[in-house]
Design a protein around this ligand. Structure first.
Ligand code: AMP
Length: 307
């Protein structure tokens, strides 16, 4: 069975959408990636840091999902990373209201011995030097996927470029792809980003789906049109967790199989947005996942009488 190593934030989030507002709830890139990858019954472990204020119940939730948390440091007297954001009416765009790095500001990640040989590594959204340090500690991974966001482009671009140079796949949203490449066309942006290091570029477009680029090949997966979207927070991370979780489960990192991974990622992300925070991912059953996969299939396949 493949091992998956995940690095990313474990966080408190305060979220405001047109449908309501939350107090500090469980969030963080590693949380969403872990809960999403847990749908594939693989051996995953999280490397992260929290403060003393992080409830035991949240750590237990990860354990319950068979996620190894030996690599989660708890800083005595420290405060957990905090992020708050407000979504605009269309839910496709949001403003970050506040980012408090807290214990993340001087975090030295330690990869547990048991996962140094992980074949799959998910460098979730977090300081690029932390991502780099994790990469230096793993032995010889088969596939490294990197996710990042504009915050790190604005504040730590040089470090980010160093880590981008070392990964196989990068997943970013359309706005960030434009920021990183300086190109408006996503085709040109992906080409430029491939030159920075990653052989595969995944561009997430929220409710407009996701694109996979590799050399001159392009694959597109739509997002499932949903009746109810409450909170898009974590959709990108859930997508990434589904993408790498599927690849780890199948052990096949070909472009053809990455197309299916994109569909699995989109499928899982479609659940995440149906409720606030991690609520929907916590109650998700395997049956629901495979049923919706069928809906995806119908959405994307067609035949004509003139073929
Ligand atoms: P997503 O909606 O997939 O982009 O991810 C949202 C999650 O990212 C939230 O749960 C936040 O806690 C986390 N997050 C927000 N800003 C940052 C940041 N600068 N670094 C790492 N994680 C962040």
């Amino acid at each position: 069975m493949s091992k998956l190593l995940i690095v990313g934030t474990l966080a408190f989030d305060a979220i405001e959408t047109p449908f309501g507002k939350t107090d500090k709830i469980l969030g963080g890139a590693a949380t969403y990636i872990g809960l999403s990858a847990a749908n594939f019954d693989i051996q995953s472990a999280v490397v992260s840091v929290v403060g003393e204020d992080f409830p035991e119940e949240y750590l237990n939730l990860l354990k319950k999902n068979k996620i190894d948390i030996e690599g989660v440091e708890i800083v005595e007297g420290g405060k957990t990373f905090f992020w708050s954001g407000k979504y605009h009416n269309d839910l496709n765009t949001r403003d970050t209201l506040e980012t408090q790095l807290n214990v993340l500001a001087d975090f030295n990640p330690v990869v547990p011995e048991s996962h140094k040989d992980a074949e799959f590594v998910m460098l979730g959204n977090l300081h690029p030097l932390v991502q780099l340090s994790v990469l230096e500690q793993v032995k010889d991974p088969k596939l490294v996927v990197l996710d990042t966001m504009n915050f790190w482009m604005d504040n730590t671009m040089d470090d980010l470029m160093k880590v981008i140079a070392k990964v196989d796949v990068i997943t970013i949203n359309d706005e960030e792809a434009r920021q990183l490449s300086g190109e408006y066309s996503l085709v040109k942006a992906a080409r430029k980003i491939e030159k920075m290091g990653p052989k595969y570029v995944v561009i997430k477009k929220g409710e407009h789906g996701a694109l996979l680029f590799h050399e001159d090949q392009i694959f597109f997966a739509p997002a499932l049109p949903l009746e109810e979207v409450f909170d898009p927070t974590g959709a990108g991370d859930t997508f990434a967790g589904g993408f790498i979780g599927y690849l780890a489960k199948t052990g096949d990192t070909s472009f053809e199989n990455m197309k299916s991974a994109i569909i699995y990622g989109s499928n899982l992300a479609s659940f995440c947005v149906e409720k606030f925070g991690t609520e929907r991912m916590q109650s998700l059953s395997g049956k629901e996942v495979s049923k919706r996969l069928g809906t995806f299939r119908k959405l994307t396949q067609f035949e004509t009488q003139l073929d």
